[in-house]
Write a protein that binds this ligand. Structure first.
Ligand SMILES: [Zn+2]
Length: 472
């Protein structure tokens, strides 16, 4: 056999253009990408006819939390097994989680703990950013770079969970990122203003009156924007590359646009929930609280501005570079442990099944984004930023055979019962979406076929840990 598989006559979409083409795959790699019709008749283990279908490089979710324990009683309901199945059905073939040291642990220990969670359980490839939660971790950064982990994460909030970095540590980390060739991912929210707003509204009467709405009322947009502008300054004065995660506000898009114009090495990520949901969800009497996430979804004007920021993708004036899910799934029973107290809601949403479908339906099919921009935002940019640009994020010879095939005519109403996430609800329940993966090929293996996970044989647990490269 010349090829393990060939994909024929698809419309191949890359970050920089689209054309009809054929793809030949051997030993998990793309070995040929040629104009349509050229590979027809060549010998292949499997021939996949893709005429009339969109073919894109496997998408990369740079922001997931799987198998994450948030308290003694509560661990996310999705782990690498269910999360990677959801990813595959949603056209995502690379997951980047966040390894988080327990108090007193080294980065190496956190890395080992995350390997134990993922190894043999994931249908798609995986990696993790390393969370820096203690000053001693700064001395372990170069060791992580040698292990193939060039991206680090700090939090400006979550003092109570032992995760908070103060501005001194953030500044120092950015300096080291510049020096050592890494990148800092930052959860930017203003801890003092947020804690103040929460503390002064954490009151029985108010909770009875406003319920889950207090979650949004205590987290106005300036909680994020103040922190974003501060972090941008630290990036500017150190020259340390900064990637602001899960941006949810118009103000943040404005700040990043202005900073990038003056050459600050900052970029940002947003998430589908901030693009298609708004904080009216918290008004749902029965179950508004299930939508609680951190940051929470904001106002329609924020979504509007974030879409406009994404429309600049691929231009010289790019503002936001990536879309990630910030998957952090909790069941209704887990969410219900809040008992009416907005400070006790497990915060987070599922999203791996639906990220690419939302971007395809609300971005491409409405004409806001081109397919090339979708590929940039959901695959190529993340590959380049996260140190995978020499093997992921593009359909070209020598790259991993991560290939997703989408039928532009296929649409379905989201129903959590038919998704792979273990969540017993979906933030997008009932939404009509196209863009689900008709077929997903992960390093040459078909892992989704006709919208179903391929259960048998060598595909199960075939995902591998990806060693990534720093900026050199
Ligand atoms: Zn997150």
């Amino acid at each position: 056999m010349e090829f393990d598989l060939v994909v024929l006559n698809g419309t191949l979409h890359q970050a920089h253009g689209s054309q009809p083409g054929d793809i030949g795959v051997r030993d998990g790699e793309i070995v040929e990408v040629v104009p349509a019709g050229i590979l027809a008749g060549r010998s292949a283990g499997r021939v996949i006819e893709a005429a009339g279908l969109d073919v894109i490089p496997g998408c990369i979710d740079p922001h997931v939390h799987l198998d994450l324990k948030i308290s003694d009683a509560i661990t996310t309901c999705d782990d690498f097994e269910s999360g990677s199945r959801a990813a595959a059905c949603g056209g995502i073939t690379t997951l980047i989680d966040f390894a988080t040291p327990e108090p007193g642990e080294t980065l190496q220990q956190a890395h080992d703990a995350w390997l134990a969670r993922a190894d043999g359980n994931s249908l798609v490839d995986y990696a993790w950013h390393m969370c820096l939660t203690d000053d001693s971790h700064l001395h372990q950064i170069d060791e992580m770079l040698r292990l193939g982990i060039p991206t680090f994460k700090e939090f400006m909030i979550y003092e109570e969970r032992g995760l908070r970095s103060d501005d001194g540590r953030i500044l120092e980390t950015l300096r080291m990122m510049k020096q050592l060739g890494g990148m800092l991912l930052l959860h930017a929210e203003s801890p003092e203003v947020l804690d103040h707003l929460v503390a002064t509204r954490h009151d029985r009467e108010l909770m009875q009156r406003y319920g889950a709405r207090l979650h949004a009322m205590t987290r106005p947009d300036y909680v994020e924007a103040e922190a974003v502008q501060r972090a941008i300054l630290w990036s500017e004065v150190t020259g340390g590359p900064l990637y602001l995660v899960h941006l949810s506000t118009a103000r943040s898009a404005d700040l990043i646009e202005a900073a990038r114009k003056r050459g600050v090495p900052v970029t940002g990520e947003t998430c589908p929930q901030y693009l298609v949901l708004d904080d009216s969800v918290f008004e749902r009497e029965e179950d508004g609280h299930v939508f609680a996430s951190c940051p929470q979804v904001k106002k329609p004007g924020d979504s509007e501005r974030l879409w406009a920021a994404l429309e600049a993708a691929g231009s010289a004036h790019e503002i936001l570079s990536t879309v990630g899910t910030d998957t952090c799934s909790f069941t209704r029973a887990q969410k219900d442990t809040w008992g009416g107290d907005f400070t006790k809601i497990p915060m987070g949403l599922p999203g791996l099944d639906t990220m690419v479908p939302i971007m395809y339906t609300h971005g491409v099919q409405t004409g806001r984004l081109t397919m090339n921009q979708l590929v940039s935002l959901c695959s190529t940019n993340a590959a380049n930023l996260m140190g995978l640009g020499d093997r992921k994020g593009s359909l070209q010879a020598g790259y991993d055979a991560d290939i997703v095939i989408i039928d532009p005519e296929h649409k379905k109403a989201v129903d959590w019962r038919s998704l792979q996430s273990r969540c017993d609800w979906s933030p997008y329940q009932g939404m009509e979406l196209g863009g689900f993966a008709k077929m997903t090929i992960a390093r040459g293996r078909v892992v989704v076929d006709e919208y179903e996970v391929v259960e048998e044989g060598e595909a199960v647990g075939c995902g591998e840990f990806l060693r990534r490269k720093g900026r050199g």
